[in-house]
Write a protein that binds this ligand. Structure first.
Ligand SMILES: C[S@@+](CC[C@H](N)C(=O)[O-])C[C@H]1O[C@@H](n2cnc3c(N)ncnc32)[C@H](O)[C@@H]1O
Length: 264
């Protein structure tokens, strides 16, 4: 099956992109995972779409000598060795079985929104939980367009960034992502038999030069041609990148929605 996933881990920019993802989202994810109610010490954990593995490594540091963490990705980046962590060779969760079930905790961040068969995947993951285990899926709610720009050097720059937001959402849609999926995960978890389903979301402001803006600038580098096809001009993309370095600019990332459901 040909992947429609919008980014590539094989480009020279991928490592920086994943470092920025971790800088922006890991504090929220670590908090959610630590507060999930599942005791991490001794737990079996699966990290799907692990990327560069910052969260897989975090889980490995939490599970102790009796726990285990499995990390999967279609195109895994190098992840630091840890005795409790096993990184699988390339594994496509849309076609392959969930490896080595069952798990106490399964986590997938910024993955399901990008997968055309996300509901099937969610069902597979839900079925791979131990009784009492938790599935945590986290995706950006891209419908949050207004309020993305908190401060801009000019009205034109504000409009330009909003236009960029729309173009990026269109690129995602063209690649079969669902930019509204973050608000649908709770319904799907309930449908597939998970209980105590709950969701929370998190975002914060980032000034030009800070990690959130570096993430946006890196996205432009990675998706430049696709953004052009979505209606952006070269000079506009250059201006957005400039703004992402300008401390007078302040943006908010689309919120990360963390949805949790438990196997009864
Ligand atoms: C946006 S990145 C997020 C990485 C990491 N979860 C994070 O939040 O930092 C999505 C990751 O999912 C991986 N991926 C895409 N399609 C996949 C699939 N079908 N099965 C497993 N992983 C996939 C990509 O290779 C990429 O590393």
């Amino acid at each position: 099956m040909t992947s429609t996933y919008v980014y590539s881990n094989s480009t020279p920019h991928a490592v920086t992109h994943h470092r920025n993802l971790a800088a922006v989202w890991d504090p929220a994810t670590r908090r959610v995972l630590s507060a999930s109610g599942v005791t991490l010490s001794g737990a079996s954990c699966l990290e799907v779409g692990a990327g560069a593995g910052s969260i897989a490594s975090f889980l490995a540091s939490q599970v102790g000598p009796r726990g285990r963490v499995v990390a999967t990705d279609t195109d895994p980046l190098p992840i630091a060795h840890h005795n409790q962590l096993r990184v699988l060779p390339p594994h496509d969760i849309t076609v392959a079985d969930v490896p080595d079930p069952p798990y106490d905790l399964i986590h997938a961040r910024l993955l399901l929104m990008h997968l055309p068969r996300r509901r099937e995947v969610l069902r597979k993951l839900a079925d791979a939980l131990h009784p009492g285990g938790v599935l945590v899926v986290e995706d950006m709610d891209m419908t949050w367009r207004h309020g993305r720009v908190l401060r801009a050097p000019s009205i034109g720059d504000r409009s330009l960034f909003e236009f960029f937001h729309d173009a990026l959402a269109n690129v995602f849609l063209t690649q079969e992502a669902d930019t509204t999926w973050a608000s649908k995960a709770a319904q799907a978890m309930t449908q597939y038999g998970l209980v105590d389903v709950q969701a929370e979301m998190w975002t914060r402001s980032w000034r030009g030069g800070e990690a959130g803006c570096q993430l946006v600038a890196g996205t432009i580098v990675q998706l430049h041609d696709k953004l052009m096809r979505a209606g952006m001009q070269d000079c506009d993309l250059a201006r957005v990148r400039e703004l992402m370095r300008d401390p007078k600019m302040m943006i908010r990332m689309p919120p990360l929605v963390s949805t949790l459901g438990y196997r009864s």
